[in-house]
Design a protein around this ligand. Structure first.
Ligand code: GUN
Ligand code: FE
Length: 424
């Protein structure tokens, strides 16, 4: 058992920011939260307390959409919209991951950078390459961090250097599944890149795999107008983009993440609601690639689950705190665009999206309620807290103004996570 003392903030529900000034969190030997307390109950008195003083203790960040093999491209090459951007910058870079030594160099940096911004769990796209994908799982596991790693299926409209067959995608995913079987926090996720990259054979094979092995699914949905028009041409029998996943058993038949959903409406919206498909909001990417603004308020009102994603390298930075800031700001543009009908996000809603809502895809993750995994970050915001700000305002200032310099400790499933090593 471990007992930590700090200024504790978490969101049991979207509108409820729980604040415990100099409170306590008791963590069991299984790495799960026993409970939080404002004053330590007598039964724990005399037990060692690890005191973080005036620092903030927050649930760690969850990144529900990120491309590890786009590491080298993050922060550059954002001068095109989606389809030319993929062909010009992204596919050539991802092709390099056939070389495991290159993959090791980049993936070790990727894991390091997730850690540096307090992201302890992520849903990750790897590439078509099984060796490099297993290596990524190893690096996450060695770091003690959690994640879903997807071997990408793509058998049309890409370069030969970045294409696999349906059989290779299935075999590679099965290999990743076996490879991660003994890892406590890392596992495989079925990953068709997006409809334009996947023939009906690929979609059929991956849908069957997800169903048979009860694996979750991740992909992209309704990100960009040209992409949506292309899907309508490629899949004329589908009634909407989402239906092109549904027909193959990859739209909520098992837990499903769909990144972007900027233009999701009508039937697709209804299908997401009915099938509990997660909309993964990637506002930094949507700005950089000029994609659009996802109608987050409408998703939340309808009960469609929503999480946040960095979408490196459409997104330019790793920090989910920064993604929260963009989600808040984009929601205000959407509020105006909707003639003030779609209320903008509150700070506590944005924080909940990054923590409890996103974390729910991994189980009981993202809160400090009893039974939740103790995934946490410690923030020393003394430099930002130069006058007596309230704790909610300190959280807000950290979201808007903070960075990795203020993050002093990370925990995942109860264990403190040391700085992952860079390879070469
Ligand atoms: N759609 C298909 N592939 C990608 C990708 O790598 N990034 C983004 N943002 N959208 C995609
Ligand atoms: Fe993406």
């Amino acid at each position: 058992m471990k007992i930590y003392q700090a200024n504790i903030l978490f969101t049991p529900s979207p509108e409820k920011l729980e604040v415990l000034e100099h409170g306590y969190v008791v963590v069991g030997d299984d790495g799960n939260v026993v409970s939080t307390y404002s004053t330590l109950p007598v039964e724990y008195q005399g037990h060692e307390v690890i005191n973080f003083g005036d620092r903030l203790l927050l649930p760690a960040m969850n990144d529900l959409h990120v491309h590890a093999p786009q590491y080298r491209n993050h922060g550059i090459a954002m001068d095109m919209e989606l389809l030319p951007w993929l062909n010009t910058y992204t596919f050539p870079e991802e092709s390099k991951y056939k070389d495991v030594a290159y993959a090791k160099r980049m993936y070790s940096r990727f894991v390091h950078d997730l850690w540096s911004v307090g992201t302890m769990r992520a849903a990750i796209f790897a590439t078509i390459h099984p060796d490099a994908s297993c290596l990524l799982a190893d690096l996450l596991n060695e770091a003690g961090m959690g994640g879903l790693v997807g071997l990408v299926g793509m058998d049309r409209n890409g370069p030969d250097s970045l294409s696999n067959t349906a059989k290779e995608a299935v075999d590679g995913t099965l290999r990743l599944m076996e490879h991660t079987a003994s890892m406590p926090l890392v596992s495989a996720i079925v990953t068709p890149r997006f409809v334009p990259s996947c023939t009906p054979q690929m979609m059929t094979a991956l849908g069957q795999l997800a169903r048979e092995k009860k694996l979750p699914v991740q992909s992209h949905l309704s990100e960009n107008p040209s992409e949506i028009a292309w899907v309508a041409e490629l899949e004329p029998e589908s009634t909407c983009y989402g239906d092109a996943y549904l027909r193959y058993g990859m739209f909520g038949q098992t837990p499903t993440l769909m990144a972007h959903c900027c233009y999701t409406d009508g039937e697709e919206f209804e299908l997401m609601r009915k099938n509990h498909v997660f909309a993964v909001h990637c506002p930094t990417s949507n700005c950089n690639l000029g994609s659009g603004i996802a109608p987050i308020r409408r998703f939340l009102t309808a009960g469609i689950p929503v999480a946040l994603g960095s979408d490196i390298s459409g997104g330019s930075g790793f920090s989910i705190f920064k993604v929260m800031q963009y989600a808040l700001q984009m929601s205000k543009l959407q509020w105006r665009k909707s003639q003030q009908k779609e209320a903008f996000l509150s700070l506590s809603e944005a924080f909940w999206l990054a923590t409890k809502s996103g974390g729910s895809f991994f189980g009981k993750v993202g809160s400090f309620e009893p039974g939740y995994a103790f995934d946490a970050v410690v923030v020393d915001d003394a430099a930002l807290n130069f006058d007596n700000y309230s704790l909610p305002h300190r959280l807000e200032r950290y979201i808007y103004l903070g960075d990795d310099r203020q993050l002093t400790h990370c925990f995942c499933q109860g264990k403190e996570i040391a700085e992952p090593k860079l390879c070469c």
